[in-house]
Design a protein around this ligand. Structure first.
Ligand code: MRU
Length: 366
């Protein structure tokens, strides 16, 4: 996507040829800065501290992390240590383990002197495939937006609600939930996006609003609790969210608060779609509620809030009464029964085991 007329991906091989450059998302929307990662430990730190985040992007970063590790030491022990360190950074998004596993399996049987070059090829292939996949998701989702438009009165925009950031900043490019929105907007279809703020880290307010704004997509930021009210009043035509892990039976794990939007959507008869690449599917888990590890993040993300003060400095201030306990589960699971459809690179499919198995039988590892 373009930022001030310049096309960007969220991650790319640095000009130095030996490092990888990311956009430091902890600074958004107050600053747009790149950062070079030169070691696997730096890649792990960038994932853990959420300089990069979003399921597909942390997978891509980990794949580059494997390349950085192999440049430093291509031996078997270093390979396994790097893989373990990178997978250990965040537990919920399966794309991370998926990418590291692809890299490790393509390297382990190679002679050490060939590993760095191969790891780079794998990372770049993962990135290119992510872009192509998201474009395919965009085209399938575009059909849904066109159908929604056909049901509306002349000149009214299609109102889409999204949660967190499943935009191009969460992927290598295009985003998952946002790809259909960008394609609709580019095709001249009037769209308007309700952007959930997404406490505690505000990925909606800080990231999704920023990227929609840069692309000229009309949008309105709302607090997390407003979605149900808007749906009750007919102000939402469809919900499109992303996913960090979707199970064999179609249960969808995504940013905390997604489940409540799905419940409200069901009650209000609003279609609830989940846009995801097949790299987010985990066929080893059936029941999302019991099977998916939910990341517990530091409570200070809840008890404080960061913003830019009038003097331009970024400040983090406390918003919780002193002495109160805080809890910070970062993801929740939306059961398949609440999902209208999964927008994948192979089309819009039912959130069910038979439909997923039929569409992605080649992705099931036995
Ligand atoms: O904690 P984050 O910011 O990594 O969470 C991101 C999300 O929950 C996204 O919706 C999900 O990763 C899908 S990204 C295409």
């Amino acid at each position: 996507m373009k930022v001030n007329g310049i096309p960007y991906r969220t991650i790319w091989r640095s000009k130095s040829g030996t490092g990888v450059t990311i956009l430091d998302q902890t600074l958004f929307p107050h600053a747009f800065e790149t950062r070079e990662l030169t070691t696997a430990a730096e890649a792990a730190e960038a994932i853990r501290t959420m300089r990069v985040r979003g399921a597909p992007l942390i997978g891509a970063t980990a794949a580059y992390g494997m390349w950085l590790a192999m440049q430093a030491d291509p031996g078997d022990m270093a390979l396994d240590e790097a893989a373990a360190m990178l997978v250990d950074t965040r537990p919920t998004a399966v794309n991370l383990a998926w990418a590291v596993d692809i890299s490790r399996r393509s390297l382990i049987h190679l002679a050490p002197e060939l590993r760095a070059e191969k790891a780079l090829q794998v990372a770049e292939r993962i990135c290119d495939e992510d872009v192509a996949t998201n474009m395919a998701i965009g085209l399938h989702g575009l059909d849904l937006i066109k159908s929604a438009l056909a049901r509306k009165s002349f000149s009214e925009p299609v109102n889409i609600l999204t949660h967190c950031n499943a935009g191009w900043l969460a992927t290598v490019d295009w985003g998952t939930a946002t790809a259909p929105i960008y394609m609709a907007h580019d095709a001249g279809i009037p769209v308007h996006v309700w952007v959930d703020e997404t406490r505690p880290r505000n990925q909606g307010a800080f990231l999704t609003a920023w990227e929609l704004g840069k692309h000229g997509v009309p949008h309105t930021v709302i607090c997390d609790n407003a979605g149900g009210h808007l749906m009750q009043h007919g102000a939402v035509d469809m919900v499109i969210v992303g996913s960090d892990r979707t199970t064999a039976n179609g249960d969808v794990c995504n940013k905390i608060g997604t489940y409540l939007k799905a419940l409200a959507a069901k009650d209000c008869n609003v279609p609830f779609y989940v846009a995801l690449p097949s790299s987010t599917l985990d066929f080893s888990i059936s029941n999302g509620l019991t099977g998916i590890p939910i990341e517990e993040r530091d409570g200070t993300e809840v008890s404080t809030i960061a913003g830019r003060a009038s003097d331009g400095t970024i400040r983090r201030i406390s918003i919780v009464a002193e002495g109160s306990e805080v809890a910070n589960p970062a993801f929740d699971v939306t059961p398949a029964r609440l999902v209208t459809g999964l927008i994948t690179e192979r089309g819009v499919i039912e959130a069910s085991r038979p439909a997923l198995t039929a569409a992605f039988s080649d992705k099931i590892r036995h």
